[in-house]
Design a protein around this ligand. Structure first.
Ligand code: PLP
Length: 437
């Protein structure tokens, strides 16, 4: 209570001066911030009023090692004190960036060899599209410029990554997007083949997909989807890009999500879990073939680079984060506790009258809300957002997905979660759904 006048003051400034990312503006103006977070420890977040909640989303699917890890603060402080920043343009370099690029080549699938660093996932995606197109230019196939993505995909908010994003509301937010982006039915490899045939394979640069779709509602591809898709890409000479921004760094119970499907990408985008959110970092990895084309065929300058590409502090933080993921066996934990999460969600399904399908892979999970379990009929007005509010009051942060007529709750707790914490997540969820139905 001693903080309540501070909360009032900050709430007023929040409404007046802070334009929130991806936010319901009217609701934010009416209600102000739901939480002003001040501290985190493990899977828990604390706010200015002293409320404690489980971070059932790892914030934005990214705080993989959990909150409040002092080691990351120390490493950032060391690096910042020694050398906070230097250019990596041209032939300048720095030790954390070099070591991280080497480490990524060791842990990534297939023959991914070299990394181009960005500050986040949207930039990683835009970089992937530009590098894929430039690769085809180097190969003398200037017409290969179209990028194909899936209808329920989310790839970020730069102009390129918004254009690739399949979820229509994100594209409709602005009224002129990049040309040469095409969308294809979410789960059908045949639809991809048909689209490539229709457009002409010689016009297609790349196909991009999330191994498990996150923001679109935690959708897991049918069993043979990625094998078929990869074969189709090879058949038509189309580059295959995986967007591992959410699924990378252990989220699905393997290092990278695509490893569940026994295929390897030509390019791979990552961000989020690479630093567990302790610093801003993303990137694109290139296969040895593509990297070789760049290093051997490029005559001029690679005219694509962000000021913060290969930021020493972000890279040092990433290295320490990866060290923790490995030394604390967090990927094995995600795999094991992922099974518990799915079982837990199945229990919720049994106990609650309005829960339809549940799904999950590793520590990504989803619960469909339905009006009628047997017909799977949905409510006219989505109910998941009400459950999210109830859960927040009861001590659990989760997210609703209502795109495409969905009425879905999604979960992605830190990979460091233990059984007890997982049970209390499931318990609070059950209570919150029962309080609404
Ligand atoms: N790709 C995927 C699969 C994502 O989930 C996101 C963010 O949620 C992005 C790209 C964009 O990343 P960022 O928000 O770091 O720009």
């Amino acid at each position: 209570e001693e903080n309540s006048s501070l909360v009032d003051e900050l709430s007023a400034w929040d409404k007046k001066h802070f334009l929130h990312p991806t936010s319901p503006i009217q609701q934010q103006q009416d209600l102000g911030p739901a939480f002003i977070f001040t501290e985190g420890k493990g899977v828990y977040l604390h706010d200015l009023l002293g409320k404690k909640v489980i971070d059932g989303m790892s914030s934005l699917w990214n705080v993989n090692i959990g909150h409040g890890r002092e080691e990351l603060g120390l490493i950032a402080s060391d690096q910042m004190t020694k050398l906070a920043f230097t250019s990596n343009f041209a032939t300048f370099s720095n030790e954390p960036a070099i070591r991280l690029a080497k480490k990524l080549s060791d842990i990534s699938p297939g023959n991914l060899q070299a990394t181009f660093f960005t500050s986040g996932g949207s930039e990683a995606n835009d970089t992937a599209y530009k590098l894929a197109r430039h690769y085809w230019m180097l190969k003398g196939q200037n017409n290969r410029k179209k990028i194909i993505s899936r209808t329920k995909s989310y790839h970020g908010v730069a102009i390129g990554s918004t254009s690739a994003t399949g979820l229509k509301p994100f594209r409709d937010f602005t009224n002129s997007l990049a040309p040469d982006f095409l969308h294809v039915d979410n789960f059908s490899s045949q639809a991809l083949r048909d689209l490539i045939e229709k457009e002409g394979p010689e016009t297609i640069a790349a196909f991009i997909a999330e191994p498990v779709q996150g923001a679109g509602g935690v959708h897991i591809a049918p069993e043979n989807y990625f094998k078929e898709v990869k074969e189709i890409c090879e058949e038509y000479g189309v580059l295959f890009i995986t967007d591992e921004v959410i699924t990378g760094f252990g989220r699905t119970g393997k290092y990278f999500g695509i490893e569940h499907y026994g295929v390897t990408p030509d390019l791979m985008c990552f961000a989020k879990g690479v630093t567990s959110g302790y610093a801003q970092l993303g990137g694109v990895m290139l296969s040895s073939d593509i990297y070789q084309a760049f290093t051997e065929m490029s005559k001029g300058t690679l005219l694509h680079g962000y000021t913060y590409s290969g930021h020493p502090v972000a890279c040092a933080v990433a290295l320490k984060n990866i060290e923790i993921i490995e030394s604390e066996h967090l990927i094995a934990n995600a795999n094991q506790l992922g099974n518990e999460l799915l079982k837990g969600l199945q229990n919720v399904q049994n106990k609650c009258g309005i829960v339809g399908e549940v799904r999950g892979l590793g520590l990504m999970g989803a619960v469909e809300i339905v009006k009628n379990k047997s017909s799977q009929e949905r409510y006219t007005n989505p109910v998941a957002p009400l459950i999210v509010s109830a859960a927040a009051k009861n001590g659990l942060i989760c997210r609703s997905v209502v795109f495409d007529g969905q009425d879905t709750l999604v979960f992605a707790p830190p990979l460091s979660i233990n059984k007890e914490e997982l049970y209390s997540l499931v318990q609070i969820l059950t209570e919150s759904i029962l309080s609404i139905e």
